[in-house]
Design a protein around this ligand. Structure first.
Ligand code: BGC
Length: 659
């Protein structure tokens, strides 16, 4: 095993700059190289670049539900399972390091990459990512946790600075990284933006927090092309620049020769790259995939079955046997580009089949289908009046709408929170013919549903499904699967209600003047009505909560309660534990998620839930003392079925604690 002492200065300088887009250098076979690939929901092993379009093509790989859907499962065991499967995918392709997951907070619902991220809530995002990372790394494959940090929109991403105060960083934007670091990710990737004026690639203060406070012991990568000055970034502790950049490398060598980068600084980065290469080699030694591709395709469906969210149901779902169905919308018989976001998280599916009509026919339903409209094309709907007539003739009209990679993609933000006009029109026109209308929504993030929500009886949020999604959607519609997903982000009534949409964003500066008021923290504190709240999701079962007890024992508070399934079918319920400081001396949002628990409960059965909260759950980051503090006083524990549906409350008094 080589150490920095075995390398020449030239070798060290070369090692801290990647070899190409997907490998580190091996210094002529002297040390192991690292092979890496995207991404969060399936492997994107780039195989060639189309010479005309310049577009990259990748090898086929199992496409799992996108991360926004995984988060809707609220089930860390499901996240771990997805991680294990991705680990096996990587082992099969000889990949050492997976460039995932991304844990950036959904501050702005228009962020073009929201489909790649977990949540508007840092605890949920971090907790799900922690399990995902454990899953991948348990298979001997490393992860690269990204994008550090405060990278919450794609708008002008190479230039804009996220102007954000320390408390907000600590309580919102660092937290998912902090929690995910408990799973010991072998690497972290910086983001493109600046943080308070400093490029994320040179954000020493943040890197020090990762290493000294969050226990991160791996290597820090640049995002692809995020380095402006390799010397400054190396001095800050950024270990590897990716991909190789000839100009940056030459300048680095020159700066080193002129003494602008010290030996110690170069050695620190070099040693961490060496450690990473040997660590990954050690992790994957003797590892072989334990699942077949078929099993992983099956797992993709199981993950989705916990993630689809039933947003609205006026009793029309599940569909009854013998009902005649009319279905419209290209999303019903779709191709992958409609069911995923674009950019580095894009996966080339192993099979391109997706047909909900066929899946419903297989389940004994009579389905008439018209594609009727395309994504944005207004003319397509004007030419499809037959669809309106047919909608009136079926027992149930199912409209499949969504976005896909044309609307949601890396490097740009969405232009609107609403569906394209043609799709809204299709819902309204067919629903006018048939009040028994169900909308199935294939989108990677929140949608403004206000133009049509009152005209339809049910809405199923299928999101970016991944492979096998047609079968799972059919099972949800027909009731074979009882929906149990809950929203990991609020669906606001309109973009005007979103704090991030109303903050200063100009001349390369994005002011995070919304502070802690992100997502439900804002809507609930300021009593702003929303379409569907954070944590919301219906089931074909019904649940009642009682017997809440909250007991402090040493460093934790045990929250115990019971949930009864009052229906005649088994179902899964995710109970959410929110905390409120009753009389704070610093600003605190009305409620903050600090724990959750998802359990399957048999028909008519009752289950005991227990969630343990550490003292940190009650603390705020004090900018007066630069540490976490629990203020002496009363705290309310709120247990709910969503952030807006609090079923049980308890109070407790805590002493002053400095953490
Ligand atoms: C993205 C990263 C990705 C990298 C490699 C960048 O543009 O921001 O998330 O891992 O490219 O494809």
């Amino acid at each position: 095993m080589k150490t920095v002492k075995d390398l020449t200065a030239e070798e060290k300088l070369r090692l801290i700059c990647g070899k190409d887009s997907w490998h580190t250098v091996d210094l002529g076979g002297k040390i192991p190289a690292v092979t890496m690939t995207d991404g969060p929901v399936g492997l994107r092993v780039v195989c060639k670049r189309d010479e005309v379009s310049g577009k990259e093509d990748s090898l086929p790989a199992v496409a799992y539900p996108a991360i926004h859907m995984l988060a809707n499962s609220w089930n860390p065991a499901v996240a771990r399972k997805m991680g294990e499967c991705l680990g096996d995918d990587a082992l099969e392709r000889g990949v050492d390091l997976l460039l995932a997951p991304g844990v950036n907070i959904k501050r702005d619902p228009l962020n073009g990459r929201n489909f790649e991220y977990f949540s508007e809530d840092p605890y949920l995002a971090g907790t799900m990512a922690e399990s995902y990372i454990e899953g991948v790394q348990s298979r001997g494959v490393g992860v690269c946790l990204k994008h550090f940090c405060a990278n919450n929109s794609e708008y002008d991403r190479f230039h804009q600075t996220s102007d954000v105060d320390e408390r907000t960083l600590r309580e919102m934007y660092y937290v998912p990284f902090e929690i995910a670091c408990k799973a010991k990710p072998v690497s972290v990737m910086c983001s493109y933006n600046r943080v308070n004026g400093t490029y994320a690639a040179e954000y020493k203060k943040g890197f020090d927090v990762l290493r000294d406070e969050f226990g991160f012991d791996g290597a820090i990568f640049s995002d692809w092309g995020a380095v402006r000055d390799r010397t400054r970034s190396a001095k800050a502790g950024l270990d590897i620049e990716m991909p190789f950049n000839e100009g940056n490398y030459r300048k680095l060598c020159k700066d080193y020769a002129e003494g602008k980068l010290s030996e110690e600084e170069l050695d620190a980065c070099t040693q961490r790259v060496l450690d990473l290469a040997y660590r990954l080699k050690g992790m994957s030694k003797d590892e072989k995939p334990v699942t077949s591709e078929q099993q992983r395709l099956q797992a993709a469906k199981e993950i989705l079955s916990e993630s689809i969210v039933l947003l609205k149901n006026d009793g029309i779902l599940p569909l009854a046997k013998g009902q005649k169905l009319f279905m419209c919308g290209v999303f019903a018989k779709a191709w992958p580009a409609l069911l995923r976001g674009g950019g580095s998280a894009c996966v080339r599916w192993t099979e391109e089949n997706f047909d909900i009509t066929a899946a419903l026919q297989k389940r004994g339903f009579d389905v008439d289908y018209e594609s009727a409209f395309f994504i944005k094309d207004v003319l397509s709907w004007q030419n499809a009046r037959t669809a309106v007539l047919k909608a009136g003739r079926g027992d149930v009209n199912i409209v499949c709408v969504g976005t896909g990679e044309e609307i949601e993609y890396e490097s740009g933000d969405r232009q609107s929170l609403r569906l394209p006009a043609v799709q809204e029109q299709a819902i309204l026109d067919t629903a006018a013919q048939n009040p028994n209308t169900v909308v199935v929504l294939f989108a990677g993030s929140a949608i403004d549903v206000s133009a049509w929500i009152d005209q339809v009886k049910a809405v199923v949020y299928a999101g970016f499904t991944g492979e096998g999604g047609d079968e799972v959607v059919a099972d949800i519609l027909t009731g074979k699967i009882n929906p149990s997903g809950k929203l990991s982000e609020t669906f606001p009534l309109s973009i005007e209600d979103v704090p991030a949409a109303n903050t200063y964003k100009h001349a390369g500066v994005t002011r995070y003047q919304d502070g802690l008021d992100v997502g439900y923290r804002y809507y609930d504190t300021y009593e702003v009505p929303v379409a569907f709240p954070f944590g919301h999701g219906l089931s074909y079962s019904s649940f009642e909560y009682d017997n809440l007890k909250a007991e402090q024992k040493g460093g934790t508070v045990k929250v115990m309660f019971e949930v009864e399934n009052t229906s005649e079918r088994a179902g899964k319920e995710t109970a959410q534990v929110y905390v409120r400081e009753c009389a704070p001396f610093v600003y605190r949002p009305l409620k903050e998620l600090k724990g959750f628990c998802k359990e399957e409960i048999g028909a008519g059965k009752r289950k005991k839930f227990c969630v343990e909260l550490p003292m940190r759950a009650f603390a705020h980051w004090s900018t007066a003392t630069d540490r976490w503090e629990v203020t002496e006083g009363d705290y309310e524990i709120m247990v709910g079925s969503s952030s807006a549906d609090i079923r049980l409350r308890a109070r407790l008094t805590l002493p002053e604690i400095q953490l």
